[in-house]
Every structure is written in structure tokens, then in C-alpha cells.
Design a protein around this ligand. Structure first.
Ligand code: NAI
Length: 338
């Protein structure tokens, strides 16, 4: 009998529930058996449970060790801390993996991009340690540890070696943040010594942004601390058609949470306009993670065929279809391939 995979499902808010519904429908049409444990998080969860992250959600991830997550809105300039960052820190999901690759059928200024973003996911400025020193003076702490810098470097080089990647650039601002980003570089260099077959380079973050836009093909794998990784992810998403497309995985020793790079997109939420491809590609990473390689290949092929034949594409990539109509098209292609 086929295995049933119990997965924690966090639909999130904004466009989260729409793209999550679309992706769950596609995944269920593959024939793989899922048992979804569904939880609200963020403001919606607080209204119901007086907790931004319900305890049951933590327990569910602890048990299942795999979650599929839609975006959760984070209030700007106040309010509760980011649910997304909290979950990553809580489960030590230290490697944020974001592949940037064109899909066939979407014309962009940059064809054939194949870039990997590997972002440290647990510290840097995202520890969120801020306080008012005296009125008018705020201190925000950037925490960098040898442990975290080394473990993300090891993850990046091990991944590159396993998947035949040729080059890693550590991205930094160690000319200004000599100690914190200096530590990041020292750790990356130390790990790089053990991988003589992988070329290692270092670029300063501001130059990197310019270099990326001028010629993204000069890079293969980018290794970044938390904030730079976040910013560069959105920049690189533009190479392949935007945030509606780019997937992500938050990986640690104990658990993995699969989510798109994009946020809750309040400007298009509730309008059946969001592109579910980014979450769908995240779910393909999830299928591989749980050992469902064949299903992952089938969904990837169906997605690519849907784009190649320009069936029911969403507005962000030049179509006029809605979120659910796009999902229906992928489901139909999957069914035809059986
Ligand atoms: P965003 O990523 O939500 O949206 C940026 C732009 O991309 C908007 O124009 C939006 O319409 C478009 N977009 C995003 N996803 C799309 C999709 N699937 N299909 C078509 N267009 C799409 O970034 P924004 O507006 O800066 O953030 C909104 C909220 O999301 C904030 O509260 C932020 O903190 C949160 N956020 C949550 C994340 C997560 O849950 N992992 C990640 C990033 C942001």
C-alpha cells in the first residue's frame, strides 16, 4: 500500500490560502497520499487562540518534520514579530535554499538563468534584537556566530559538490562590518579549503547587485547571510519572471518548511490573481524531500508543459487566468500524462 505522508499545512494569509488551495489540489491529483494537518498562524491565529503560533502547530511540525507553508503577513514598524522568522529560528532551519531557474515559455530579459541562493536563516540582523538606548537612538543587533556561519557554509559546499555546481561566491559587507561579516568570510574560506574542485569567490553585496543585473550568468551559487539573502532573492526572482515563480525551502536537521520566496501580496489578495507556481515549485522540492521523486518529476513536467503551451497562465506572466484556473490546467495536464 502507498505510504500516506502527514504534512503540516500553514495556508497563511493574504494570497496564502488561495495559492495553498491550488497547490494542495494539484498535489492530491498526483495520487500520492497526504494527510494534511492544517493550522492558522499570525493575526488569524491570534484572533482564535490568543497565540500567533498555536502550540499545536509547533507540536505538529515536531511530529511530522515537514511543513508546507503559505506566506504570513508581518506588521511593519511594530506589532508582533515575524511568524516566518520565528518558525525558522525555533526549528533551527538554518539553510534557506532558493533556486532561480527559468521556466520554459516565459520570456524574460535573462533566459537560461540557473542560480542558487543559499541564505543563512537563523541569525544576522533577523534575530530582531532592538532597543531604544535613549530617546531618538535605536540599537539593532547583528548577531553572527562561528557555529552558524560554518554550518551554512558546509551546507552550501556539500550541496554544490553533490549537485555538480562549480562555483560559490560568499556575499558580504566586510569592508564596513569588519567583525561580523569578517567572521562570515573566515568561516566560508575555511570550509572552501576542503572543496578544491569548487571555485570560491567573494563579492561585496552592493557590487553584487550591480553585477547580477549586468550579468547574472557570472554566478552559480551565492552564499549569503540572512538580510543580504533576503534582498538578493527578490532581485534574482525578477530574472525568471517575478515572485510568482520562485520556490524556497527552509532546511534543518530536525525539520523542513517549504514556502515560496514571496510574501502575502496584499495588493492582489482575495482576487484569484496570484500565481501559485512559486508554492507549487516549493512543493516539488518537498516531494523530493519526502522521497516522492517520481511524483515530483511528473508535477515538474506538467508545470513546464502548462507554461510551454501557455495554458491558463496568470496575469503576472502575461496571461489572464485566475489562480484556480491555472491549477486546473496543471491538473488536466497531469491527468493526460497518466
Ligand atoms: P510580496 O512578496 O507579498 O509582494 C511583492 C510584489 O510581488 C507585489 O506586487 C505582489 O503582488 C507580487 N507577488 C507576490 N507574490 C505573487 C504571486 N504569487 N503571484 C503574483 N504576484 C505576486 O511582498 P510585500 O508586499 O513586500 O510583503 C507583503 C507581506 O508579506 C509583508 O507583511 C511581509 O512581511 C510578508 N512576507 C512574508 C513572507 C513569508 O511568509 N515567508 C516573505 C516575504 C514577505
Amino acid at each position: 500500500m502507498a505510504k500516506t505522508h502527514t504534512i503540516t499545512l500553514i495556508p497563511g494569509d493574504g494570497i496564502g490560502p488561495e495559492v495553498t488551495d491550488a497547490v494542495v489540489r494539484i498535489l492530491e491529483s498526483t495520487g500520492v497520499q497526504f494527510n494534511w494537518e492544517r493550522f492558522a498562524a499570525g493575526a488569524g491565529a491570534y484572533e482564535k487562540h490568543r497565540e500567533y503560533i498555536p502550540k499545536e502547530l509547533y507540536h505538529s511540525i515536531e511530529r511530522n518534520r515537514v511543513a508546507l507553508k503559505g506566506p504570513v503577513t508581518t506588521p511593519v514598524g511594530g506589532g508582533f514579530p515575524s511568524i516566518n522568522v520565528t518558525l525558522r529560528k525555533k526549528f533551527e532551519l538554518y539553510a534557506n535554499f532558493r533556486p532561480i531557474k527559468n521556466l520554459p515559455g516565459i520570456e524574460t530579459r535573462y533566459p537560461n538563468v540557473d542560480l542558487l541562493i543559499i541564505r543563512e536563516n537563523t541569525e544576522g540582523l533577523y534575530v530582531g534584537l532592538e532597543h531604544e538606548v535613549v530617546p531618538g537612538v535605536i540599537e539593532s543587533l547583528k548577531i553572527m556566530t562561528e557555529k552558524a556561519c560554518t554550518r551554512i557554509s558546509k551546507w552550501a559546499f556539500a550541496y554544490a559538490e553533490k549537485h555538480g555546481r562549480k562555483k560559490i561566491h560568499a556575499i558580504h559587507k566586510a569592508n564596513i562590518m569588519k567583525m561580523s561579516d569578517g567572521l562570515f568570510l573566515r568561516c566560508a574560506r575555511e570550509v572552501a579549503k576542503h572543496y578544491p574542485d569548487i571555485a570560491y569567490g567573494e563579492h561585496i553585496i552592493d557590487n553584487t547587485c550591480m553585477q547580477l543585473v549586468m550579468n547574472p550568468y557570472q554566478y552559480d551559487t551565492l552564499l549569503l547571510e540572512n538580510l543580504y539573502g533576503d534582498i538578493v532573492s527578490d532581485l534574482c526572482a525578477a530574472f525568471v519572471g517575478g515572485l510568482g515563480l520562485v520556490p524556497g525551502a527552509n532546511l534543518g536537521a530536525e525539520a523542513a518548511i517549504f514556502e515560496a520566496v514571496h510574501g502575502s501580496a496584499p495588493d492582489i489578495a482575495g482576487k484569484d490573481m496570484a500565481n501559485p507556481t512559486a508554492l507549487l515549485q516549493s512543493s516539488i522540492l518537498m516531494l523530493r524531500h519526502i522521497g516522492e521523486e517520481a511524483a515530483a518529476d511528473r508535477v515538474q513536467a506538467a508545470l513546464e508543459k502548462t507554461y510551454t503551451e501557455k495554458k491558463s497562465l496568470t496575469r503576472d506572466v502575461g496571461g489572464s487566468a485566475g489562480t484556480q484556473a491555472f491549477a486546473d490546467a496543471v491538473i488536466q495536464v497531469l491527468a493526460e500524462a497518466k
